[in-house]
Design a protein. Structure first.
Lengths: 412, 515
């Protein structure tokens, strides 16, 4: 009797953990469904998938960098200003100095790394609170952006540079005619479609990769004699993820193909997610945020951890700055205003803790997408920007409240 | 004298299906010192939290009679109004405020409604400090500038300011040295004469048998027995038997004493205070450890033992450190903690919650933290399966009681947390382990298990330096004892020479010599 009771108990806790883990992802899908219904399907149009990626790319990039800062229990307030600054420098190098595009991009990335190292030096080695250092840099780099641009918009930028954020991977469009077929005595009809086959193939390859990874994972777990989740559970997980990925690529394929910026996003997300979850360096970041003193006494070089976290943030600011100026086709003094808040909100909505040590890259990405879907849905419904801000604020407060209360319940 | 002050009847408290207290009855008479004993997790603190209103009326079943009437406390304030004051293990003092402000925190002395009356605050707190034996302290001193022992006394002064009738102390001497503990116990005796009743939760059995009039032993949420002084002899073995449900014939497990050659040596070690560059904390210390040997560092609180150990361990304490460290006859470089780990030296901290564990993470995560590189390939990618395997192995090897290796360490009891910290350092495969207060605040059963782990490590040919404020622990475990006093080695005693008297004599003569 006691063993059967135990089984039920462990099964239950397992499920509740899973639910919490996927809670925000389910919320994202829920929000998406709600707005799709509210906009009578407009949100589900292929072009809106395209816009979703394009419009939120810089927030996702910044959220990836920001989540590391948040994991250490800190924030970076300067990312909006640094993003603008990097964009301004690369734009003026190209427009005013006639520098080739590739050189300007390298310069931009180096500037990002240098700004990150500058911040990291003060935060990690001089031990000035990150809040203060980044607040100072928020002012410094906003000011320098104005100086570099002389208060004006610099553009238009070279077409090849603009391709980064507005261009697409090579496409292979295939025309599908209207199909009709009879089944159960009814006539079904599909609309005529033009689809990029590259997108479809990428989607299928992604699905295959997901399946192979899961099978591999199960195989090694078995080799170690560990308990594996049931085949059904694994299958459901794989099918859901693969389906979402394929809906996404299908929609993008029906629009204009795969955006170049999506490739950049996927690479960044995969790298950041892998580093935080599977490497010693990532573990050190979590340890620092969870208990800095214990981390230090465990032989972790905490100052070095802090330094590289801010260098990584600087690099992400540079990439975001390139993408932003590329998308706008110019650099403006006001660019990136408030990005730091969007990036931070993404992390917190995605389940990161303000005190550090808790949070994931995927969570932050989901948080960024929740805000992106909210933005787009409300715009499609014709809500004003003013009200959009109110709703976004309320969502942030609501998400963190929900997270804290559910955590409190589970510990009691 | 024999009026019943408090009666708790049929108290049952359930936490998510588990009975933490099961039909507990407790009777406390006026003017007695009542000790509550039990292993960690036995339910002592839960019972006291029920009494003081931390768990409000309605969240438990049973009734509480205090001074003859039934009480239904909804919060701590309600129980304090009746004169029941609880002093928790983690002191509730604000470090940047003065002693006077802390004494009246939440109970401010005011005039004209809500303006603080500073004269009255200082005057009354001076009086209260006198009562608890702190007459030499300036009431304007910040709390952070006085030691833990004195802070504990300030807590008692705070309780007195609330017109306390029943004082509850949760592990009051856990962080104190023998001298400070003695002072505290004498104070309890003095308050007893003034008619203040006390309930004291403690793991230190010698203290309990010293001051308690009545001892109630709790195990697994049940009252096992109540022993009254006078009716029955109070001896430690009997209490231990009641607590653990079995007879611990020997509190320190036996081991073979096969001591080998010198493997670790510290020579001419000098350390200065990290903030005050002129203050020498460690003065010309020379110590060595042999293979398969347990070396004890005995001394009073503040003697410099932790400072010595941490300064050796990757220079994690102090500045302007000079001296040399030899391992296996070769001089080694230990300028950083990772150097120390690479050289096979480990230090298990005295403060596991602050310096030892990441409480929000789980057992396996904490266990592998100091040895992550051994689970990773050359690119720094961790093999999580190997990590799980190691965590399973060590969880069963040193008997960490938990649901799984995925349980967060914050939810473990003190003894099990200590075992996780130990496992974390054993996983770095050290040759020299420095254990700083390895059994502080943990129960007798868990202590025994930790001693067994120590013996196991010794049997594997490792060497151990043990720092403990409990002299009996040093005497029970060590092959050789260094007596530390005021940052110097005051003496070295072999296992045969070492005794409580010999250690104290050593300290006394060193203090005289120093003056």
């Amino acid at each position: 009797m006691s063993t059967s009771e135990l089984k039920i108990k462990t099964k239950k806790t397992g499920e509740s953990i899973n639910l919490r883990q996927y809670g925000m992802m389910i919320a994202l899908i829920g929000i998406f469904v709600v707005f799709t219904v509210a906009t009578k399907g407009t949100l589900f149009f292929p072009d809106n998938f395209n816009n979703l990626v394009m419009q939120n790319s810089y927030v996702v990039i910044l959220a990836c960098g920001m989540v590391l800062c948040v994991l250490t229990g800190n924030v970076d307030l300067s990312v909006g200003s640094v993003t603008a600054f990097v964009g301004a420098v690369s734009a003026s190098l190209m427009v005013r100095q006639n520098m080739p595009v590739w050189a300007a991009i390298i310069c931009a990335l180096l500037i990002g790394l240098m700004v990150g190292a500058f911040q990291g030096f003060f935060i990690a080695y001089i031990r000035i609170p990150a809040f203060i250092v980044t607040l100072a840099d928020m002012l410094i780099f906003r000011g320098l952006t104005m100086v570099v641009l002389a208060g004006q918009t610099v553009g238009p930028l070279d077409a090849s540079y603009r391709k980064i954020a507005a261009g697409y991977l090579p496409t292979l469009f295939v025309q599908f005619n209207t199909l009709e077929w009879n089944m159960f005595g009814k006539t079904f009809r599909t609309g005529g479609l033009t689809i990029d086959m590259v997108s479809i193939i990428v989607g299928i390859l992604a699905a295959v990769a997901i399946v192979i990874l899961e099978i591999n994972n199960r195989r090694t777990k078995k080799k170690y004699n560990f308990k594996v989740t049931s085949v059904v559970q694994s299958a459901i997980k794989v099918i859901v993820i693969a389906a979402i990925a394929n809906i996404f690529t299908f929609k993008l394929g029906s629009s204009s193909g795969l955006p170049i910026v999506l490739l950049i996003l996927v690479v960044i997300i995969l790298i950041y997610s892998f580093v935080t979850q599977n490497t010693v360096a990532g573990r050190h970041i979590y340890a620092y945020g969870g208990n800095a003193k214990a981390a230090q006494l465990s032989g972790i070089k905490t100052q070095r951890v802090m330094f590289w976290v801010y260098v990584s943030m600087g690099l992400m600011c540079a990439i975001a700055g390139i993408v932003l100026s590329s998308r706008n086709g110019s650099a403006t003094p006001k660019a990136g205003d408030g990005f730091e808040l969007d990036a931070m909100a993404s992390c917190y909505i995605g389940g990161a803790s303000t005190t550090g040590g808790i949070g994931t890259v995927i969570g932050a990405v989901v948080g960024a997408m929740i805000m992106g879907v909210l933005n787009m849905g409300m715009s499609l419904l014709g809500w004003s920007v003013d009200w959009q801000k109110v709703v976004k604020g309320a969502v942030l407060l609501g998400a963190v409240t929900f997270d804290l209360i559910s955590k409190r319940k589970s510990t009691k | 004298m024999s009026n019943v002050l408090l009666e708790m009847r049929h108290i049952t408290k359930v936490f998510s299906g588990v009975k933490a207290l099961d039909d507990v009855n407790l009777t406390v008479k006026e003017g007695e010192i009542h000790a509550l004993c039990g292993e960690n997790g036995a339910g002592k603190s839960t019972l006291m939290n029920v009494l003081s209103g931390v768990y409000p009326f309605g969240s438990y079943s049973g009734e509480i009679m205090f001074q003859g009437k039934e009480c239904k406390f909804h919060d701590i304030k309600a129980s304090e109004n009746e004169g029941i004051v609880i002093i928790h293990q983690e002191l509730a003092l604000s470090p940047y405020l003065s002693i006077a402000e802390n004494v009246f925190i939440g109970n401010e002395q005011t005039k004209m409604g809500s303006v603080i009356d500073w004269n009255r605050t200082r005057k009354h707190s001076t009086d209260l400090l006198k009562e608890v034996g702190l007459e030499n302290e300036n009431v304007n001193t910040r709390i952070m500038d006085i030691g833990v022992g004195k802070q504990q006394l300030v807590e008692i002064a705070k309780a007195l300011s609330k017109k306390v009738k029943l004082l509850i102390l949760d592990e009051p001497t856990a962080a104190l040295n023998d001298e400070e503990s003695n002072k505290l116990l004498l104070l309890l005796k003095k308050l007893q004469k003034q008619g203040i009743t006390s309930i004291m939760i403690s793991h230190k059995l010698n203290e309990i048998s010293q001051v308690a009039d009545v001892i109630t032993v709790i195990r697994d949420g049940h009252v096992i027995e109540t022993i009254e002084r006078g009716t029955a002899p109070i001896n430690e073995d009997r209490i231990i038997k009641g607590m653990v449900g079995r007879e611990l014939t020997n509190r320190y497990p036996d081991r073979d004493h096969n001591v080998g050659e010198v493997v670790f040596e510290v020579r001419n070690w000098n350390v200065y205070h990290p903030q005050e560059a002129d203050r020498k904390v460690i003065n010309n210390v020379n110590i060595n450890v042999r293979r398969g040997e347990v070396v004890g560092l005995a001394g009073l609180m503040g003697a410099g033992r932790t400072e010595l150990a941490m300064s050796i361990f990757g220079r994690s304490y102090g500045q302007k450190i000079s001296g040399t460290v030899y391992k296996d006859g070769k001089q080694i470089n230990m300028h950083t903690i990772s150097d120390a780990v690479d050289n096979g030296v480990a230090y298990v901290t005295e403060d596991r919650k602050t310096y030892g564990l990441v409480l929000i993470n789980d057992i396996k995560w904490n266990m592998s933290l100091a040895s992550l590189h051994s689970f990773a390939n050359k690119y720094g990618v961790i093999n999580k399966n190997e990590e799980i395997l190691a965590a399973h192995e060590y969880r069963s090897k040193i008997n960490v009681k938990s649901n799984s290796i995925e349980q967060t360490v914050g939810s473990l009891s003190g003894g099990n947390q200590q075992k996780v910290v130990l496992a974390k350092w054993i996983l770095t495969h050290p040759d020299i382990l420095i254990l700083d207060e390895p059994t502080r605040g943990i129960d007798v059963g868990a202590k025994y298990e930790i001693y067994c782990v120590i013996n196991q490590l010794i049997a594997e040919g490792k060497s151990i330096i043990i720092i403990s404020s409990e002299m009996s622990e040093v005497l029970g475990m060590a092959d050789r004892v260094y007596v530390v006093n005021e940052g110097e080695i005051a003496g070295e005693l072999s296992r045969e020479e070492a005794s409580q008297e010999a250690i104290m004599k050593c300290i006394m003569s060193h203090q005289k010599g120093g003056q």
